[in-house]
Design a protein around this ligand. Structure first.
Ligand code: AMP
Length: 500
């Protein structure tokens, strides 16, 4: 009954005939079987159809991480809809932009935000789902019985994930059924996931890493997960002796290294530690090996491309590199239209069935980055060595990555520049032991007597917490080059030790 829906048929295939197999252990709240996972997803799908969702409709979701939220993802795809997850940290004005741009049929939010979301939801139906998996959507789903997934083809859209743009405007990356299914199949095979695996799932599910890499790979393998609402060192360390794999951002690894309970004995049952979404420091790679006898496998990807490169399962996992282009993915490095020689830096481009279908309602942006012959210009600066190991050397556009989340300086600068008493500003990322990078705002006041605290105060209710500057520095002027461009590199160097 699932075979007409490209992605769902693949996600379900491994567990057909193994209905009692555990999908998730939820510490403190019991287990959920594959049967119950998919039965709940079918009821969600039926509820969404009852709310008017037809094939191609967007379902926007800003909820805490629960099994019901996973069922909502699966149910949306079963209903033929397009899943649109939003970071739980986004404020109401931020959510308003996404709803206005995507025009969803249904918006699902936490009950605490229902009134605020209703005001900005336009024609969309607003439903709720709380951190305990309850709410009006759950109630509507509970009133349903089964559902036969709507037929969807490989090229139909399954999800839109927004990735902030450097110009401040967020872009919705359109991902097809085949984009998601093919990449997760490749990763399952490359990383050797089987039904025997127990994956510690502690990543957020509004981002490609936790939603697609972790969840889809586990489902495609018929594996089980230890399902945690967020990073929790106690729970991760407690689960480790009965788990086999962990997927994390570098911050996970630096935090766990700070815990004396991390030992080779505790990690003895584990077969794989994977890191991505931001650069893993060579020191972390080395320290992890010393503390656990395991070599972290680092991979690289982005919302638009899913995963593109990975260090090998067997063979050398080289610190500071993101490994090789995955099977079925082509990678090249170019500068001004020409491929650069081995060892030289250029912009990384990738091509394959992993690459997205373009930006939602932004044909011009799409044309700038997705070439007619299928190559996608990632915007990441990279180099490749003679053996094919790719190293990401920096971000072409000064993106800041803090705790695994992308922060685009321009968005914050625009808000700061609008504050009373501010002349101009530059937002940079500087090294931070816990977050990888910390957001720092360098601000030029209009006159003397201006207080740095008024910037912090002015941003508090307008930006998600992870985007708010951890430090505000006042300067009489910004360093500029002869072309008038602000020298962010000089600022980063000047403040490199701010959190040392
Ligand atoms: P996102 O779309 O949020 O997944 O962010 C994608 C960006 O994160 C990429 O374009 C890279 O700049 C960065 N990124 C992801 N993985 C890595 C990695 N292993 N090393 C360095 N940068 C990474």
């Amino acid at each position: 009954m699932y075979d007409q829906n490209h992605l769902i048929s693949k996600l379900r295939a491994a567990s057909v005939g193994h209905d009692n197999r555990r999908f998730a252990e939820i510490p403190g709240a019991g287990d959920i079987s594959y049967h119950d996972l998919f039965a709940g997803a079918e009821r969600m799908a039926a509820a969404l159809v009852g709310l008017g969702v037809t094939p191609g409709d967007r379902v926007a979701v800003q909820v805490e991480k629960t099994i019901e939220a996973i069922q909502l993802y699966l149910g949306t795809v079963m209903a033929g809809g397009v899943f649109l997850p939003l970071n739980t940290a986004y404020t109401t004005p931020e959510v308003a932009y996404f709803l206005g741009d995507a025009g969803p049929r249904v918006v699902v939010c936490d009950p605490s935000r229902e009134a605020a979301i209703a005001e900005i939801a336009g024609a969309a139906r607003v439903m709720t789902l709380d951190a305990g998996g309850q709410g009006t959507l759950r109630a509507a789903a509970d009133a349903e019985t089964g559902f036969a997934p709507v037929a969807r083809a490989a090229d139909d859209l399954a999800a839109i994930l927004y990735t902030s743009g450097t110009t401040g405007r967020s872009k919705g990356a359109m991902l097809s059924h085949a984009n998601l299914a093919s990449n997760s199949e490749t990763l399952r095979d490359y990383w050797r996931f089987t039904p025997d695996d127990v994956l510690i799932h502690a990543l957020p599910i509004f981002h490609t890493h936790g939603l697609f890499v972790a969840t889809n790979v586990a489902l495609l393998a018929g594996a089980s997960v230890v399902f945690l609402a967020g990073f929790d060192a106690d729970r991760i360390l407690e689960a480790m002796p009965r788990a086999t794999a962990l997927m994390g951002v570098p911050t996970f690894y630096t935090r766990l290294l700070n815990d004396p309970r991390l030992t080779p004995e505790r990690a003895a049952n584990m077969r794989l530690f994977i890191s991505g979404s931001a650069p893993l420091l060579v020191d972390t790679h080395r320290d992890w090996l010393a503390r656990t006898d395991h070599t972290i496998l680092e991979r690289y990807g982005m919302t638009e491309t899913n995963m593109s490169t990975s260090n090998p399962y067997e063979g050398e996992r080289r610190a500071g590199t993101v490994g090789f282009a995955l099977p079925g993915v082509e990678a090249r490095i170019r500068h001004q239209g020409q491929e650069v020689p081995v060892g030289e830096i250029g912009v990384l481009e990738v091509r394959g069935s992993n690459v997205f279908r373009g930006y939602w309602q932004m044909p011009e942006k799409t044309a700038e980055e997705l070439l007619p012959d299928g190559w996608f210009i990632t915007g990441d600066l990279a180099k490749v060595d003679a053996e094919g190991y790719v190293t990401i050397v920096g971000r072409a556009k000064d993106l800041v990555i803090t705790g695994g989340f992308n922060v685009y300086p321009k968005e914050i600068e625009s808000l700061i520049d609008d504050l009373p008493g501010v002349l101009e500003s530059a937002v940079i990322g500087v090294p931070h032991a816990d977050f990888g990078e910390a957001v720092v705002a360098v601000v030029v006041p209009r006159e003397e007597g201006f207080e740095a605290g008024s910037v912090t105060e002015g941003l508090r209710d307008r930006l998600a917490k992870f985007k708010q500057p951890k430090r505000v520095i006042l300067l009489p002027e910004l360093p500029r080059n002869t072309m008038g461009k602000v020298q962010k590199k000089a600022l980063r160097e000047a403040y490199a030790d701010l959190f040392a």
